[in-house]
Write a protein that binds this ligand. Sequence first.
Ligand code: MN
Length: 428
Amino acid sequence: MTDRTIDPALTSWIEVARDSDFPIQNLPYGVFTPAPEKPARVGVAIGDYVLDLAALHEAGAFHTTPIAGENLFAREVLNDFMARGPETWDAVRGRISELLRTDNPELRDNRILRDRALFRREQVTMQMPAAVGDYIDFYSSREHATNAGSLFRDPKNALPPNWLYLPIGYHGRAGSLDVSPAQVRRPRGQVKPTADAPPIFAPTSRLDFELEIGFFVGVGNRAGNPISTAEAAKYIFGAVLLNDWSARDIQQWEYQPLGPFLGKSFATSISPWVVPLAALMPFRVAGPIQEPPVLPYLRYAGEWNFAIDLEVWLKTAAITEATRLTSTNFRNLYWNPLQQLAHATINGARMRPGDLFASGTVSGATPGSLGSMLEISRNGQEPIMLAGGESRCYLEDGDTVTMRGWCEGGGYRIGFGECTGTILPARA
Ligand code: MN
């Protein structure tokens, strides 16, 4: 079946710059408030605009789709729409695409509805796109796990013995998730000034970012019913950029034997626009060869890695010019999202609409492609030189970290927008 919504030849009557993240082939979903006192509602991004889907629904624009009877877009979160499943998502996406097509006059020539439903993106405030019940963070980049293991464990045994057999993950704190642009207060906690000394209570001095992609679960499963790799794609609604902020000193002291805790749970930021899986489908690529071969429940058919260019930029409070710290690609992730979802549910664990699972830090094999400051500065041993003469080993107060992601090909770009956050000083 061909999906007309990703036809490279499609154009919209809304003018979209060639380098825009949001051409008609993307149509990412988000939740926004058009003005401070107005209720939140669901929209899609198109060029420099947001299309208000709640207003379109009210006007009857979805009367031919499976959601005709209920305005699932007049909601503060996407969960109810996510729960409907891929046939409904496809039908609705097809309808939105149709309404925005150059040759379709329905909305284009309906000035009253257009004025009511189109907002300039810069004028609206984005909200968390979903109520996240459970949040998982994986550890699926081999390069990152090798780098982190070399610094924290032992370069000769950088990968833990289970790493090549299962996608390692932990359950994160959903309540710590926030939407970009974020303000991140420097956390305080137990840190060890030196290896031999007892811990002290202090603001973290090793505040870091982690460059990740997060996938939203759409349809949930029933408890006791694992999701297979063959079915997993039908459960995935879409993807966002994710910054898994980390306090390395707190993390290093606390993490054994039960994994990350307070070194992670102070903040996790996501980009506001959820790029539908349908928009990412043309950018699938083969993943790395998995050797040793994986257990049967982790095998999969087809190509399920995604070629997403990723960048991280750092801007300090004193200098207006940003420095690019990282340029990498999501395509080399060792464990793909289908395997992650299959593994996360193989014990019968339940996934619910709006649950979020993140890839783990995405690092490449070369110095300019590392997804955390831990790796770039080799845990503080090699300062990073910034534009304007400053340097950093870890983040300082006032620093702003901006992540960007996009797929490119066929003459258009499927962008994720930005995931950005600024560091506030620790509480006195
Ligand atoms: Mn992480």
